[in-house]
Design a protein around this ligand. Structure first.
Ligand SMILES: [Fe+2]
Length: 333
């Protein structure tokens, strides 16, 4: 058992100059009045990231309309690991981890056999300082990671995602989503069917908790780039909970999420630090202003949210819509 009551060395976010600038990815809606959709699609193909300024967005339900410039098939949030509230039919709230906790770099849905290729995120209220979203250029991060021992081990062994889905009573006590809410049922057989549909292995524990595991390639082929990119994230590692009471008093195996190499070997602290370093090597900050939104290729860009503090009267309200659903094909090295 791996017991880590103290916080592991996590590279802090945002304490170094960002390698990339947000302005290089911006499309200004005030300028592209006639050819806006064309500009969005072009920028998406070129860079996999479109930061839209001056959208005039009043409500986060409008994210759906912007997402529809790129895709029509929206993801449902069923099976997600944390609580979500809806803003609209296909728009969900962000805010799934306490603001005092660094939400580590990850690709959305990396633990699923079908994942959203496109991820649209927008803000209607944001603090004066902090509260930004970090993005990492995954092409550059993958190149840096593959130059490390852990990058090569991940290439050989793949990744295993283990989730501990607590039964309702303990989940309420801990302040985490129970399996009943994840699968919208109180019937264990219905929950099992949902788990099987995702291709996950599972076991029921004597205390009524459901433990699932999923082994998959750590890199995923990007057809347009003709490259395999790291498709994972440290938000799925138990170290993510090192700052989060009461989970930080539990062994890794009992925390809501844990991630190992595909053969079950735990990551060393140095290996975790090496993965962070690969992401931080090519990051930029989405420093939200009201009505900004970003459309990103979830395979080409990893995202993270550093801890933040709100001043009196401030709020941080973000929504997300995901789609362009894509089956995992694994790596093509
Ligand atoms: Fe995310």
């Amino acid at each position: 058992m791996t017991n880590t009551a103290t916080q592991r060395p996590i590279y802090p976010f945002g304490d170094q100059p960002f390698a990339l600038g947000m302005e290089d990815y911006q499309v200004d809606c005030a300028i592209h009045t006639d050819d806006l959709e064309q500009a969005i699609r072009g920028q998406w193909r070129e860079q996999g990231l479109v930061v839209l300024k001056n959208t005039g967005m009043q409500h986060l339900s409008e994210l759906q309309r912007w997402a529809e410039v790129l895709f029509q098939d929206f993801a449902a949030y069923e099976g997600g690991s944390a609580p979500r509230d809806k803003f609209g039919k296909h728009v969900f709230a962000l805010g799934d981890a306490p603001p005092t906790i660094d939400l580590c770099f990850h690709n959305e849905g990396c633990y699923l056999p079908v994942y959203p290729r496109c991820f649209v995120i927008g803000s209607t209220r944001c603090p004066q300082e902090g509260g930004f979203t970090l993005l990492a250029d995954n092409e550059k991060a993958t190149q840096a990671l593959l130059a490390t021992d852990i990058g090569q081990k991940l290439k050989d062994k793949g990744m295993r995602y283990v989730r501990m889905m607590y039964d309702r009573e303990l989940a309420c006590e801990l302040g985490y989503k129970p399996w009943q809410d994840t699968f919208f049922t109180n019937d264990p057989r219905e929950a099992e069917q949902s788990v099987q549909a995702k291709g996950w292995d599972y076991e029921w524990l004597p205390n009524g908790h459901l433990r699932t595991s999923y082994s998959v390639d750590a890199y995923e082929y990007h057809p347009e780039l003709d490259k395999s990119l790291f498709f994972a994230g440290l938000a799925s590692h138990a170290a993510f909970f090192d700052q989060w009471h009461p989970f930080n008093a539990m062994p890794d195996e009992e925390r809501p999420l844990n991630m190992t190499l595909g053969d079950g070997t735990p990551f060393t602290n140095q290996e975790i630090a090496d993965i962070y370093a690969a992401y931080n090597h090519a990051s930029l900050a989405l420093d939200w202003k009201q009505a900004d939104l970003a459309l990103l290729d979830n395979l080409r860009w990893a995202h993270a949210r550093p801890a933040f503090t709100l001043q009196a009267g401030e709020e941080r309200v973000l929504g997300v819509a995901m789609g362009m659903m894509t089956e995992r094909v694994g790596n093509r090295f």
